[in-house]
Design a protein around this ligand. Structure first.
Ligand code: FES
Ligand code: FES
Length: 513
């Protein structure tokens, strides 16, 4: 044992140990305690629990000769291994530690490596082609394997955010045309952050049936007037049910439920759909009277995983959602046409609302572009009293502290981290068995951490200048690539936020409350 290297030992609860430096026992740094009185008096202690303790000579802790094995005056037990990667087409050689993903190392080296989902293995924008040294890449994990199979990646196409190294490699970034780079530069000009957040939301599509023949016989002014009136009726129903109209596509409406209020999101979407059909029935009789003709609507609802984020450029940027779930909702709406129905919901929606609705029929079919059979349910009505539209508690005071509701627990899977905006402050929620929350700001230069990598040592690596923090305690593990004591008083801990789970939600106690 040197004076500055902690020595891990396994202790058994209740056993006596004699620590000394006699050098006589085979069981260093322990002896049998039999040579009391010599220059090397052993120090006896009784283990109070079964654990790994750390002996060291730092003498900085109150219970010397023990320390916690991670104090700042010891050298890291094993020196960090650093590999090199030649990045194409940038033609740059960068360093990558054994702990970092390729994505984090690229970003730290100012390479415009795209990462739309924030490094969570869900978008594939960080994909790279390994040109040399595939054997030096860790095998694919479960997340990467799933995406690789879905997109039929050959073995040398890897996700930068999921791949760590055991040796040197060379690779080519694959998403990098001028537009990609410009877009990424716009995004990264001031700060790097994830482009979207993965959410489980309910998507409603509503389209008009028979609008073309209806509109052909009217003046353009009439058509615009009727459309505006129709949109305002439907929008009002959607908003009253806590949904948001996200897009008008020609005469179709796309609405999202669950963005701000997750509770009963699918039930609210189905209830809104039922009411939209009832409103349409009334609107039809108005149209018939005023114009001698009418049209009808078709609605499709689906619940699933989407990426929500800002899309567009310059002033046109707006919040939207993209992903398979959106496409499926749109296809479900279109199936009404062949099925002769008005309102169809997917199985994922049905499972959440089946006790609260009446269904007329169901159908099994393959959606265009997919090979799996799915079941759709035709909804006829929603049960009276099923919906609680007053589920709006987002803040509560417990023992004098104010807690805020964030994501539903089911939306933060094990191993995931998600950004959440609360009272204009960004926080990061991390599920590593327990849920933790931190402010989305690296204390080094107040830059966002959401693209940072979570390590298996319960730390987060900042993508900018190689700082590392414990996300449980906020402790600085590395500050700008070095041990914190080398910077003396300069290091600032990460702001951690208290978390509790309550009524299926993650609640946080914001700083300064
Ligand atoms: S998969 Fe999205 S950044 Fe890697
Ligand atoms: S902002 Fe510099 S290390 Fe995080």
């Amino acid at each position: 044992m040197t004076t500055d290297t902690p020595f891990p030992i396994d202790l058994e609860k209740g056993s006596d140990y004699y620590w000394c430096s006699c050098g006589k026992s085979k069981n260093q740094p322990f002896c049998d305690g039999s040579h009391k009185g010599s220059d090397f008096s052993p120090k006896k202690f009784t283990a109070v629990k079964t654990e790994t303790a750390y002996l060291c000579g730092c003498k900085k802790t109150s219970n010397s000769p023990f320390c916690d094995g991670s104090h700042n005056n010891v050298k890291l037990p094993v020196e960090e291994k650093i590999f090199s990667a030649l990045v194409q087409p940038d033609n740059r050689e960068i360093d990558i530690t054994e702990e970092e993903s390729i994505l984090i190392a690229s970003l730290r080296n100012n390479i415009s490596h795209l990462s739309a989902c924030g490094g969570t293995g869900k978008c594939s924008t960080c994909r790279i082609e390994i040109l040399d040294g595939l054997e030096n890449c860790h095998p694919r994990g479960e997340l990467e394997e799933r995406l690789a199979q879905k997109l039929s990646f050959p073995s040398n196409i890897r996700l930068g955010c999921q791949t760590k190294l055991t040796g040197n490699i060379s690779f080519r970034r694959l998403l990098l045309d001028k537009r990609d780079a410009d877009l990424n530069n716009q995004i990264t000009e001031q700060k790097l952050e994830s482009v979207g957040t993965i959410r489980n939301l309910t998507i409603l599509f509503c389209d008009i049936k028979g609008f073309t023949p209806f509109s052909e016989s009217l003046s353009a002014y009439d058509v615009i007037f009727i459309l505006n009136r129709y949109f305002s009726i439907m929008r009002e129903v959607i908003i009253r049910h806590g949904g948001e109209v996200n897009n008008y596509i020609g005469d179709a409406v796309m609405a999202i439920f669950g963005l701000k209020e997750s509770r009963q999101q699918s039930l609210r979407a189905v209830s809104a759909s039922v009411e939209m059909l009832k409103e349409m029935d009334q609107f039809k009789s108005y149209l018939k009277k005023a114009y001698g003709r009418d049209f009808d609507i078709r609605v499709g609802v689906h619940y699933g995983e989407v990426i929500s984020g800002s899309v567009g450029s310059g002033d046109d940027r707006k919040l939207t959602v993209i992903g398979d779930a959106v496409n499926i909702a749109s296809r479900i709406e279109a199936i009404n046409k062949e099925a002769g129905t008005r309102l169809l919901i997917s199985e994922t929606v049905y499972d959440q609302v089946k006790d609260k609705i009446s269904v007329r029929n169901y159908l099994r079919l393959k959606l265009r572009g997919t090979s799996n059979l799915i079941t759709l349910h035709e909804v006829s009505d929603i049960n009276i009293g099923a919906l609680d539209l007053n589920v709006t508690e987002v803040e509560r005071t417990i023992e004098g502290k104010v807690w805020f509701r964030t994501l539903p627990i089911v939306e933060l899977n094990l191993g995931e981290k998600k950004k959440y905006i609360l009272n204009e402050k960004e926080i990061l929620l991390i599920n590593e068995g327990e849920v933790y929350a931190i402010e989305n700001l690296c204390p080094h230069m107040d830059l966002p951490l959401d693209i940072g990598q979570i390590t298996d040592k319960a730390t987060i690596l900042c993508p900018y200048h190689k700082s590392e923090f414990c996300f449980k305690s906020g402790e600085v593990k590395k500050w700008v690539g070095k041990r914190p004591e080398e910077y003396e008083g300069e290091c600032k801990p990460l702001n951690t936020i208290s978390v509790q789970k309550h009524e299926d939600y993650i609640w946080v106690q914001m700083l300064n409350t």
